[in-house]
Design a protein around this ligand. Structure first.
Ligand SMILES: Cc1cc2nc3c(=O)[nH]c(=O)nc-3n(C[C@H](O)[C@H](O)[C@H](O)COP(=O)(O)OP(=O)(O)OC[C@H]3O[C@@H](n4cnc5c(N)ncnc54)[C@H](O)[C@@H]3O)c2cc1C
Length: 415
């Protein structure tokens, strides 16, 4: 990969950063630069390894003055755009996690990962709306929506956001919540890193002393019956229960988490539809143990209103490993009266394949997508309704008219 030559005046940029940022500033050619940038980020001109809000502000202001694009990297799990020639701001070292058990909240820095939050909340019988993988970053996941095993019961992680502090494109540190910058508060609950660099989030925690969870494996010919059962009965399943069926050429796996009492009884009809398992690991477990159940990082992600017989037949005949998950519950009916821009909440099923799409499988998909599982940034708009996308662009225009924050699922300012 070629390293860009610096624009005239670039020495000034690095001088400014080295003067004002206390964190480390890395340039091409230095060993730490190679370690700190993610391969997917291409060749940023400078990497800033921030350790404080002041570092974040100094980096944003430098990018703003120099007209340089800025990308943020916490874990690199959600890197979708190169930041060639721009500034790459690393937040991994700002990983504070502070649980308030009385208020059932957690406050995190921009480098925090879900595993650390789950571990800090668990002793109090509390859990966040984290995903299936502990190493995923709290901020990137939440700003992109955040689909959890607990989402049918409590909503998207973005719905659990109480307050954010972020540095906007002009270098101001602002607080966004229901009362302060409510437009910004709306936009960041699903509009990703387009509106500023988040320096802290306060999130709601939920009473989850334990869950009933695990996975059961069946012969491959169970795929048709179990998917047909899910298609017909998904709406009858309790909101506490979240199920995914992974149909593959060798076997079918039912993964599930039930956040309450009576998990086995709620799950049994689905297991019965699949027949006799070759293995069954379901048991009562700590919430931190749901990471052992697994997940499918998708290359293809699609949403459906119905799981039609043709779609089920296409899945079964595809020879691919396809994960189907039902939605509904608090995903479709958020508690908040003005939930953020995460759209397509009424999709009843989502599907993930760790391979390129097979047309027959996606033929009846809605065309909608979910930002956290979208690799193709040219399709960013498909994660939103046209109305929500328009509102996001208006808010982007107000807070980042020059599109400084564009190394992401970019929402462009209005022309
Ligand atoms: C193994 C794996 C499992 C996953 N499981 C789930 C799941 O169960 N549910 C789900 O919803 N998603 C899941 N995801 C998707 C994940 O939520 C996204 O990839 C998310 O973007 C990761 O965020 P990050 O901070 O870890 O990644 P990063 O690459 O560090 O950040 C991703 C993007 O988030 C934005 N961002 C990060 N930090 C900031 C900040 N401080 N200020 C402003 N913007 C910021 C930036 O645009 C950045 O490009 C999974 C991903 C992987 C790789």
């Amino acid at each position: 990969m070629s390293i860009p030559t610096y624009a005239p005046g670039f020495d000034q940029v690095t001088h400014e950063l080295r003067t004002h940022a206390h964190g480390r500033v890395h340039l091409p050619g230095d060993a730490e630069y190679e370690r700190q940038r993610d391969a997917l980020h291409g060749a940023p001109a400078v990497v800033v390894d921030a350790e404080s809000v002041a570092d974040v502000r100094a980096t944003v202001l430098t990018a703003h003055r120099g007209g340089l694009p800025l990308a943020v990297l916490s874990t690199g799990h959600g890197t979708v755009a190169a930041s060639d020639g721009g500034l790459l701001l690393r937040t991994s070292r700002m990983a504070q996690v502070l649980v308030d058990p009385d208020r059932r909240t957690v406050r995190v820095g921009p480098g925090a990962r879900w595993g650390e939050v789950v571990a800090a909340a668990e002793p109090f019988g509390l859990a966040p709306l984290s995903g299936d993988t502990p190493s995923v970053g709290v901020v990137g996941y939440t700003l992109g929506g955040g689909l959890s095993w607990l989402s049918r019961k409590y909503g998207f992680a973005a719905d659990s956001l109480i307050r954010a502090e972020l540095v906007t494109a002009n270098g101001r540190l602002v607080v966004a919540d229901r009362h302060r910058h409510p437009d910004l508060f709306w936009a960041i609950r699903g509009g990703s890193g387009n509106f500023g660099v988040v320096t802290s989030l306060e999130l709601r925690l939920f009473p989850v002393p334990s869950v009933y969870g695990g996975r059961a494996e069946f012969p491959a010919d169970a795929a048709g019956p179990v998917l047909r059962y899910l298609a017909a009965h998904a709406d009858e399943l309790p909101d506490e229960l979240s199920v995914s069926v992974v149909a593959g050429p060798e076997s079918v796996v039912i993964r599930a988490v039930h956040a309450g009492e009576g998990g086995r009884a709620a799950l049994q009809p689905l297991l019965d539809a699949a027949g006799t398992p070759t293995s069954d690991t379901f048991r009562r477990m700590r919430y931190s143990e749901v990471s052992t159940i697994g997940g499918t990082p998708p290359i293809t992600f699609a949403m459906y209103d119905e799981l039609s017989p043709d779609t089920i037949a296409a899945i079964v005949e595809s020879g691919l490993t396809v994960e189907v998950k039902h939605c509904g519950g608090a995903i479709a009916h958020p508690a908040h009266d003005d939930p953020g821009p995460v759209s397509h909440r009424d999709a009843r099923f989502v599907m993930k394949i760790a391979a390129p799409a097979a047309d027959a499988i996606t033929a009846t998909a809605t065309g909608g997508s979910f930002l956290n599982f979208l690799h193709d940034t040219t399709r960013t708009h498909t994660a939103f309704t046209p109305e929500n996308h328009r509102r996001l662009r208006e808010i982007k225009t107000a807070y980042d008219p020059a599109n400084l924050f564009r190394g992401n699922h970019n929402i462009r300012p209005l022309a």
